[in-house]
Design a protein around this ligand. Sequence first.
Ligand code: GTP
Ligand code: MG
Ligand code: ZN
Length: 305
Amino acid sequence: MRILEEGLVIRTLGAAYDVQGPDGVVRCVLRGRLRRQTEGPQRPVIGDRVQFERVSPKEGAIIAILPRRTALVRREPLDPEKAHVIAANLDQIVAVFAAVPEPDLFQIDRYLAVAEASGLPALLVLNKIDLAEDLSALRERFAEYEELGYPVLYTSAVTGAGLEALRERVRGKISAFIGPSGVGKSSLLNALQPGLGLRVGSINPRTGMGRHTTTRSELIPFEGGYLADTPGLRDIGVWGIRPEDLAACFPEMRPYIGRCEFSDCLHLEEPGCAVRRAVARGEIRRRRYESYRRILIEQQAARAP
Ligand SMILES: Nc1nc2c(ncn2[C@@H]2O[C@H](COP(=O)(O)OP(=O)(O)OP(=O)(O)O)[C@@H](O)[C@H]2O)c(=O)[nH]1
Ligand SMILES: [Mg+2]
Ligand SMILES: [Zn+2]
């Protein structure tokens, strides 16, 4: 008789998957229909709940992926219908940036838009505040994100500053740490969970940039939830959100959607645009609106032949 068990995919290793079962981690291969699909949404990803069959105490085969509650999705710029799922069943995104050198707000806007497009709440972490000369200026600069509803945390993996607040935010949830390479995602996880021993990169002193130290995503059990360490993303600009869906990824624009003269308004040059009227009246920050425009134009350029 076949006994099916249920578990959580915590690591993907090419053809194999580590599944957290009720009594430990089981290394699984894919079986049946799942195995014949080489790519796409039918492949297990971290965070997936799966049914597996054991072939030995520490080995098994995944039979089925259970329905996903949420999915962090990356789309092909040239074929937005083609979606790659990065992680399933996340509760939130922790978008990490280094406070020094000062992060590019446009890049932050792009990460937040990606979280919104996947329907995931996001919080913003500014790490390396031990290197910041003027923390209150930094706080002032990032207050606009708090106004939009994104919590902003100021942390240092070196001094431990802000780690308690971060711990509070991630406790009992499944959170993915995403952000550029070298900002300290793995370092923060190591600081939250002493003994974890994730590999941490060296920084090019000239550019201040990292070197893609983390190469694959994994879920780490943490205080009743899980933390996902992910590789630094070189470019989150090509995540292929559909043009007509982008405005809804900016929370401050949502109240104006559907109030424009044209129902297919992309809020660029169209007459009677409620979004641009709100920008002119100061109800939407011009800087954020410019980020919206830039993302839209980038996407269109990526899609053009
Ligand atoms: N001064 C300072 N340095 C830090 C801090 N956090 C991380 N670093 C350093 O930044 C470098 C990169 O840290 P990682 O944790 O590897 O960065 P990452 O975001 O995981 O990078 P990838 O895995 O490449 O995406 C390392 O040299 C860390 O020691 C911090 O809070 N303050
Ligand atoms: Mg890392
Ligand atoms: Zn409009």
